[in-house]
Design a protein. Structure first.
Length: 294
């Protein structure tokens, strides 16, 4: 049985840990509110932008000629992993890495064997996880969350888009956590490039002769790249909100576990203390009886 000093030290240590997890939970809750507001505002804009692109593409011949729509045999693959920079958020980062590896093994196993699968990591944890698995990792954008804004995410999107246009990548996919609520994050694997044609929105008839101003080519040339950048920015915002939700949940569970452990330690402490007192009483009684018998 542990002595009283050891149990007291453990109680102090666990109590200190519980205070830290409580504080981290409160910080995550505050950050989650802001991140949730950001993604809530972004979703309608991203959806309308995609609908607008579908509407224009339905009647614009130049949309089919976009370099971002050119499908070709898949030789080189770029996987964009959106994870967090820090841990202590449960299986948040592990799930993204596992989903990316599963996607590669399922769809791009030949390319992986040839070493033509590259990873662009947005978030340090994703870079570390994929590097451990032997993949070539682009770490130019691991610090995106340190200064999260559209301009920082745009740089990553432009790098992937330029690589696709130049033929460095034949397909670009994004793996991230979609935010549903504090306790639920859903892994999403989406193809970013080449752009997959989607049906026209309800009420839009194909092959309609639209009147474009300033011009069909100018609108499509501007709209498609912007949509791609917004698509990646939305994925990053989804992941950011999911991270804070996952960390809040993890810290809440850690705080509860620390409370349960404290109860057990205090029970052990009281039992150990009672045993020590009982032992001292028995020694005193035994000594008194020995003196009286003399």
């Amino acid at each position: 049985m542990a002595n009283l000093k050891e149990v007291r030290n453990r109680i102090v240590s666990v109590n200190s840990t519980q205070q830290i997890t409580k504080a981290m939970k409160m910080v995550a809750a505050a950050k989650l509110r802001r991140a949730q507001d950001a993604i809530t505002q972004m979703r309608p804009y991203a959806q309308k932008l995609s609908e607008m692109l579908g509407t224009v593409s339905a009647g614009a011949e130049s949309a089919t000629d976009s370099p971002y729509k050119q499908a070709r045999p898949v030789q080189n693959v770029l996987m964009i992993l959106v994870t967090s920079d820090r841990g202590l958020c449960g299986a948040f980062n592990t799930n993204v890495a596992k989903a990316a590896v599963a996607r590669i093994n399922e769809q791009y196993a030949d390319q992986a064997r040839r070493g033509t699968v590259q990873v662009m990591a947005i978030g340090k944890k994703g870079a570390e996880a994929m590097a451990r698995r032997g993949f070539t990792v682009n770490t130019n954008h691991v610090n995106t969350f340190g200064n999260l804004s559209f301009s920082t995410v745009r740089e990553a999107a432009e790098e992937a888009m330029d690589g696709f246009v130049k033929g460095q990548y034949d397909v670009v996919e994004v793996v991230y956590n979609e935010f549903r609520n504090v306790a639920t994050q859903i892994i999403r694997v989406e193809q970013m490039l080449p752009i997959v044609s989607t049906p026209a929105p309800a009420g839009v008839t194909a092959n309609v002769n639209y009147i474009f101003e300033p011009g069909e080519e100018e609108i499509v040339t501007e709209l498609i790249p912007k949509t791609l950048k917004i698509q990646l920015y939305k994925a990053v915002l989804e992941s950011n909100a999911s991270e804070h939700g996952a960390r809040m949940t993890a810290m809440d569970k850690a705080t509860d576990n620390a409370g349960e452990l404290l109860k057990e330690l205090k029970l052990i402490y009281n039992r150990t203390r009672q045993a020590a007192i009982t032992k001292e009483i028995l020694e005193i009684v035994g000594g008194a009886e020995a003196l009286s018998s003399n």
